[in-house]
Ligand binder design. Structure first.
Ligand SMILES: C[S@@+](CC[C@H](N)C(=O)[O-])C[C@H]1O[C@@H](n2cnc3c(N)ncnc32)[C@H](O)[C@@H]1O
Length: 249
C-alpha cells in the first residue's frame, strides 16, 4: 500500500479513522470525557497515525487533521447538491492528468523559456514538452524558432485545450496532443523537456535511456534524476532550487 499514490493513502487513512471511531461509538466504548470537538481531534489524530503507518509525508497531516472539521462544517451548512459533481469535474479536467503520476499543474516562467531557447542547437530541431501544461514554453519557442518543430503532450483535458488554443497561431511548427507522456515515443526528438515532480523522474529517465537517440538532450526543470549527475545545471531566478538540468545521451 505504501506504493499507492499519496491521495489514495490519505483517503484510506480518513476512512480507517472514521470506520474505527464508528465501531467504538456503536459498541458504546467511547470514554465519556471525549465528546464534541474532542471527537474531531481524536478522528484527526487517528487519521494522522494511520497516514504515518501508510508512509504519508508530514505535509499531508494538516489535511488529515482538518478534514473532520470540514465534514462537520458541511453537515451543519450543506452546500447545494450540484456543487460537488461540478467541483469534481473541474478538478479532474484541470488536474486529472497528474493525479496518478503525482504531477500538479504549475507553469515555468519566462526565464526558463529563455534558458531553453539558449539551449537549442543552431540547426532545426525537434523538441518535445512532456506535460505541456498551458503551453507557455511551446508557444514561446515556436515563435522564436520558426525553423524547428515543437510538440507537446498533456494529460489534463482543459489544460490541454488551453495549450492548444495558445499555440494555435503557431500551428505551422507547433502541435499539442491530449494524452499520456508515457505513450510518447522519444526517439524522434533532439530535445525533450519536462517540468514534472520528483515522483516520475526515475521512470522518465528509464524511458529516455530506452528511447532517446545519441546526441539528444533531456532537460528537466528543477527535478533531478536520483543517481544521474546532469551535464549542466542552469540556475533560474525565482525559487531557491529552480534550475534547468541537462543530460546529453
Ligand atoms: C508542472 S506542469 C508543466 C507545464 C509546462 N511544461 C511548463 O513548463 O510550463 C506539468 C504538467 O504535466 C501534466 N502531466 C502530468 N502527468 C502527465 C502524463 N502522464 N502525461 C501527460 N501530461 C502529464 C500535468 O497535467 C501538468 O499540466
Amino acid at each position: 500500500m505504501r506504493s499507492w499514490p499519496p491521495l489514495f493513502r490519505a483517503c484510506l487513512a480518513q476512512a480507517v479513522a472514521f470506520g474505527f471511531l464508528a465501531l467504538v461509538l456503536r459498541a458504546g466504548l467511547m470514554p465519556r470525557a471525549i465528546h464534541g470537538t474532542g471527537v474531531l481531534v481524536l478522528l484527526g489524530t487517528l487519521a494522522v497515525g494511520t497516514g504515518r503507518g501508510l508512509g504519508l509525508s508530514p505535509r499531508w497531516f494538516p489535511f488529515l487533521l482538518g478534514f473532520p472539521w470540514v465534514v462537520l462544517l458541511l453537515v451543519r451548512h450543506p452546500a447545494p447538491g450540484w456543487v460537488w459533481p461540478v467541483a469534481l469535474v473541474l478538478l479532474l479536467v484541470v488536474y486529472g492528468g497528474g493525479i496518478l503520476t503525482r504531477v500538479p499543474l504549475y507553469n515555468s516562467n519566462r526565464a526558463a523559456w529563455e534558458a531553453l531557447l539558449a539551449l537549442l542547437p543552431p540547426y532545426p530541431v525537434r523538441f518535445a514538452d512532456l506535460g505541456a501544461g498551458l503551453g507557455g514554453p511551446l508557444a514561446f519557442l515556436a515563435r522564436e524558432r520558426p525553423d524547428s518543430r515543437f510538440r507537446g503532450v498533456e494529460a489534463s483535458p482543459l489544460t490541454c485545450l488551453a495549450a492548444w488554443l495558445r499555440t494555435l497561431p503557431r500551428r505551422g511548427n507547433c502541435r499539442i496532443r491530449w494524452g499520456s507522456l508515457w505513450r510518447e515515443d522519444l526517439s524522434g526528438y533532439d530535445v525533450v523537456y519536462a517540468f514534472l515532480s520528483p515522483a516520475p523522474m526515475p521512470a522518465l529517465w528509464a524511458k529516455a535511456v530506452r528511447e532517446m537517440r545519441p546526441g539528444s538532450l533531456l532537460v528537466s526543470n528543477t527535478f533531478t534524476v536520483p543517481g544521474q549527475e546532469p551535464l549542466r545545471r542552469i540556475p533560474l531566478p525565482g525559487r531557491k532550487d529552480a534550475c534547468l538540468l541537462v543530460w546529453k545521451f
